[in-house]
Design a protein. Structure first.
Length: 344
């Protein structure tokens, strides 16, 4: 399935197709023909899948392999990638392939956005989280010591090529991380996404269909608001609390798991505040339970100081995403005092 994202800064295809890893030469041809390709990946993906990508590219294609994990997503590593692009003599018309999960996609996109003031890159996601969320929409970033994703740009890829079959080797933690983001889409969009999540992801074409539906939901949001001035903030459902949990745990809980815990905290606040009905609340909580997400182990009161430092805070106001029903969420501006009353 091909979904075309017509964003303000660029129009690009997202191709979601089982078995695409075996057809990468053909899939990459429109972007790679006549250009040098440089590949950025991580050590886990390199061990499992890199030979398949390299088989589709000319001999001698340069590869930069990061240590896997969030700790690689920093300024220093981005600098090393940019230097490496220069050392390999990539020109403005060449292209970088980001072959990995969210960390690889974010940092590669960021490096591509600054190298020679911006060269093309393609996203070839290898995790569920990257396939349904981070590879689409053009957000690129590195983390700073003051917080996650604090330096970055909106710089969309030339294309996203996702093979759901590549998830066959995804470790359980990474899988759960992607499910956390998928729960977000299920609550935001409701309908078939929620139904598939309640059903069996391994059944028939469920997984491929879920990915395509999440990408299409994100396409619609990004087309309306690429720079996150309004509607795109909906995609932060569960994230403000999720980031606080992530920080409180010293990155001990993975991102998608924190998002799922954040959604539970918000759902509870919404039913308490009379915004969300009991049936939908129970439906959301049983979905989270079905996938074995833990309860948030921290008191919301203890995490409140972290909300005051959230990068999405403007003029002391939080843009909280609240749940009115499954498939109907909205952005509610709250002062920190109001957020405290709402959440605690
Ligand atoms: N991951 C949320 C967004 O792309 O806006």
């Amino acid at each position: 399935m091909e979904i075309t994202v017509k964003a303000g800064t660029r129009t690009y295809p997202v191709i979601v197709e089982r078995g695409l890893t075996d057809r990468l030469a053909e899939a990459l041809a429109p972007y790679a023909a006549g250009r040098k390709v440089a590949v950025v990946t991580d050590d886990n993906v390199a061990k499992l899948w890199l030979p398949r990508l390299l088989a589709a590219l000319p001999e001698g294609t340069p590869v930069y392999t990061l240590p896997h994990g969030e700790n690689s997503k920093n300024w220093e590593t981005a600098g090393k990638i940019v230097e490496w692009l220069a050392a390999n003599k990539l020109t403005r018309t060449d292209i970088v392939a980001a072959f990995g999960g969210g960390v690889v996609g974010d940092i590669t996109g960021f490096a591509a956005s600054v190298y020679m003031r911006g060269i093309d890159y393609v996203q070839i996601p290898t995790t569920l989280l990257a396939g349904i969320d981070s590879s689409v929409g053009g957000k690129t970033a590195v983390d700073l010591s003051a917080g996650k994703n604090l330096a970055g740009r909106i710089y969309p890829p030339a294309a996203v090529l996702f093979d759901p079959d590549i998830l066959s080797t995804l470790p359980p933690t990474e899988w759960k991380c992607g499910i956390g983001e998928a729960v977000k889409y299920a609550v935001l969009a409701g309908g078939e996404i929620f139904d598939i999540m309640e059903d069996d992801l391994k059944k028939g074409d469920n997984l491929e269909r879920l990915v395509a539906l999440c990408v299409d939901y994100k396409r619609r949001v990004v087309e309306a608001d690429e720079n996150e001035a309004g509607e795109r903030r909906l995609l932060n459902l569960g994230h403000t609390i999720g980031h606080a949990i992530e920080a409180e745990s010293g990155l001990g809980f993975p991102h998608g798991v924190c998002v799922a815990m954040g959604i539970a905290v918000i759902a509870r606040a919404c039913i308490r505040g009379g915004l969300l009905g009991k049936d939908d609340y129970l439906r959301i909580m049983s979905l989270l339970q079905k996938y074995g997400f833990p309860e948030c182990p921290y008191s919301v009161r203890a995490m409140l100081p972290r909300l005051a430092h959230d990068k999405k805070l403007t003029d002391g106001t939080l843009k909280a995403v609240v749940i009115r029903s499954v498939g109907n969420c909205e952005i509610k501006e709250m002062s920190l005092d109001e957020a405290e009353k709402f959440l605690v």
